[in-house]
Design a protein around this ligand. Structure first.
Ligand SMILES: [Zn+2]
Length: 383
């Protein structure tokens, strides 16, 4: 089965072409099965079984959302309302979602996560990472990952999200890096730790990540969201694919990221929803750090599945250029997941792309809040 995406006014390739995004005009893209087979001027487009007319509008690689927490029950709208009325965010509300998640059946959890994946897809996301972290028992964490696995290949064990109420922290860390990790590893590609004030400290984070690495999992860290701390340094030292949040960084943290393969994943939805200062994206970009943008979709601190919204925030509030923000939301996310088959539209790439109802990627930030995604192809299938 071949598909020709024809009459593309502006194609973001993240390859050869103009600027950071490799923009090319008056193009077509041919797809064979689940891969990009040909990219070139529309006048030279090959024949195909099916033709999708982009009507002169923009086509981009599908967004790669490398940080999301989708396996949970309930919501925390009341907490959000209280926070907007002046109550500070502490992370303690996670326990509210843990109670609701443990009480929910598999069907309810899978339906809710599936709803969010579909919601993200309609907004152009073709790859989404899904973390556990609202179960916090061996059985509930393993169940969360088993369900997440039905929706994404990018699954992350986050038993170290918060110490459950009434549990000794030391005993909990031993459980996470022992029995819980062993039960979850078969369903997980990654292991993550919330290393921050009120969460897990340096020694605990190191112990859990090292145990995960020994079982063959890749590493990610929730780092430096609430305060400056050891998270970013540890992420770099242990070879993590990504340090996420990076809101409070020392100069040494920035230098360490710049000299590493660790991506700084910025999550502006979290700062928006907690009314907190944004990370300094310019400082990271100017130091040469690879930056990704992701939603951090979760019911407490960032209940959005919208990559276009995060792009708009990054441009308006983190002073990223529109090109930098789109790059971070595509290639950046792919690097944060150590994937080279997504995030770009070179020949051989996975056929994940988004057709906009707008003539340029610039409109993603220029027209915030407007549903500009008209068609999404994932693995060469229109969804
Ligand atoms: Zn998170």
């Amino acid at each position: 089965m071949s598909i020709l995406v024809d009459n593309v006014g502006e194609l973001v390739t993240n390859d050869e072409g103009d600027g950071l995004l490799g923009v090319r005009t008056d193009m077509a893209v041919a797809i064979e099965g689940d891969r990009i087979a040909w990219v070139g001027p529309k006048a030279q487009a090959p024949a195909a079984d099916q033709r999708i007319d982009a009507r002169g509008q923009a086509v981009l690689p599908g967004f790669v959302d490398s940080h999301a927490h989708l396996v949970f029950a309930g919501d925390r709208a009341a907490e959000f309302g209280a926070r907007m009325a002046g109550k500070p965010y502490t992370g303690g509300g996670i326990r509210t979602t843990v109670a609701a998640t443990r009480a929910a059946g598999d069907d309810e959890l899978l339906r809710n996560a599936g709803r969010l994946v579909a919601e993200a897809r309609r907004q152009g996301t073709t790859t989404i990472e899904i973390k556990s972290g609202y179960g916090l028992t061996v059985a509930d964490e393993a169940r969360s990952l088993r369900l997440a696995r039905e929706l994404s290949g990018e699954t992350t064990f986050l038993g170290a999200h918060v110490v459950p109420a009434g549990t000794d922290p030391g005993e909990y860390v031993d459980l996470v890096r022992g029995e819980m990790l062993a039960a979850c590893a078969p369903y997980a590609k990654w292991v993550d730790v919330f290393c921050d004030r009120g969460a897990f400290d340096e020694e605990q984070t190191r112990a859990i990540l090292t145990a995960g690495k020994q079982l063959g999992l890749g590493l990610r860290v929730h780092a430096n969201q609430l305060v400056e701390g050891p998270g970013v340094r540890l992420a770099v030292e242990l070879g993590a694919a990504s340090a996420d949040h990076c809101t409070h960084l020392s100069s040494a943290d920035v230098d360490a990221l710049a000299d590493s393969e660790t991506v700084a994943t910025l999550l502006p939805g979290a700062e928006f929803s907690t009314r907190s200062p944004y990370p300094d994206a310019r400082r990271l970009i100017e130091a040469g750090v690879t930056v990704a943008l992701a939603t951090d979709c979760n019911p407490g601190s960032s209940y959005t599945s919208s990559m276009p919204f995060c792009i708009a925030l990054a441009v308006r509030d983190m002073r990223m250029t529109p090109a930098e923000a789109v790059h971070a939301a595509t290639v950046g996310g792919a690097r944060a997941l150590r994937r080279d088959d997504i995030g770009h539209l070179r020949v051989g790439a996975r056929a994940d792309l988004t057709v906009l109802d707008a003539p340029s990627y610039l409109h993603l930030a220029y027209r915030p809040g407007v549903p500009l995604v008209s068609k999404v192809l994932h693995n060469g299938v229109l969804s």
